[in-house]
Design a protein around this ligand. Structure first.
Ligand SMILES: [Zn+2]
Length: 296
């Protein structure tokens, strides 16, 4: 008997896409495939590529995608109001792709809401797992906000781009084309680059594992360049939108136990006088599952 799908999440990264279908009988099906956008300006070619990606959801959905109750599509691209890609820094060939209308051929009976960052769906999952209605979920390079148990600012209205909040003047150029975005300072790549500069040698991605617990100065400085920037962005969002808690996630945070305490250590000096820092919720953990699926 074919299982009836319940919900489907599609997480499109720079080079790969991960699909995860949670079925009504409690089982989960996962699939992944490489993302390719052909060269050339032809819009119809890009459109065919996107439709081909969507066609691959039939496998994790048990061949019955129309039985889905909901679909979440997370894209690392900037979308216009109609769901057309207006900028995709890692995949310039994808600009102009209509992500809004293409899914209707695969999911004719449900509303598909593309989200321009890959953190929206994990934020929703983390909020559900933590039992919080309005948490802020900042990842190490992006994040999402949930208000009233739904993504803020709402389906079809794009999403918050916490990773692209500008946290200082000047600074390094971000993949979005601006300077000094949170992502440009706090991403794993930026932290790695800072560690190499401060350490005076090439440091591997996880080369901070040993020096960080011992508070070796260059390693601590490299880490605090990231956690301080994240704390600044969190404080700005907290002042504007008043989330009810903080869920810090990301594979990097899970791999470095010093990460979350370091972020929390910056908050008291950034918070407005007379106010308490945003409380930390239960540790975020769903993102690790998304990360594993994305590496297929
Ligand atoms: Zn940016």
């Amino acid at each position: 008997m074919t299982a009836v799908p319940h919900h489907l999440g599609i997480d499109v990264g720079g080079t790969k896409a991960a699909l995860r279908a949670a079925l009504a009988d409690g089982t989960v099906r996962e699939a992944g495939f490489r993302v390719t956008v052909g060269p050339g300006p032809a819009r119809h070619r890009r459109q065919r590529t996107w439709i081909r990606w969507l066609g691959k959801v039939r496998e994790p959905c048990g061949g019955a995608p129309t039985a889905l109750a909901g679909v979440s599509v997370a894209m690392p691209a900037t979308l216009g109001a109609a769901g057309v890609v207006t900028a995709w820094p890692d995949r310039p060939g994808g600009t102009g792709t209509d992500l809004g209308s293409a899914p209707r051929g695969i999911f004719p009976t449900i509303r598909v809401a593309p989200a321009p960052t890959t953190a929206t769906s994990p934020a929703l999952a983390e909020a559900h797992t933590a039992g919080r209605p309005d948490p802020l979920y900042p990842g190490s390079g992006g994040g999402g906000l949930v208000v009233g148990r739904v993504p803020c600012p709402g389906l079809g209205r794009r999403t918050l781009e916490i990773g692209h909040v500008i946290v200082e003047m000047g600074g390094l150029r971000c993949v979005c084309g601006r300077r000094a975005c949170l992502q440009g300072l706090a991403s794993g790549r930026a932290t790695h680059r800072r560690a190499c500069l401060l350490g005076g040698a090439v440091v591997s991605y996880y080369g901070l594992e040993r020096p960080l617990p011992n508070r070796v100065p260059w390693a601590a400085d490299a880490q605090e360049g990231r956690t301080g920037a994240l704390a600044a962005a969190v404080t700005g969002v907290e002042g504007l939108l008043r989330p009810d808690g903080l869920l810090i996630g990301g594979g990097y945070a899970a791999g470095f136990p010093e990460f979350v305490p370091s972020v929390l250590g910056f908050l008291p000096e950034l918070v407005r006088q007379g106010q308490a820092p945003l409380p930390m919720g239960a540790s975020a953990h769903c993102r690790k599952r998304w990360g594993r699926a994305g590496r297929r």
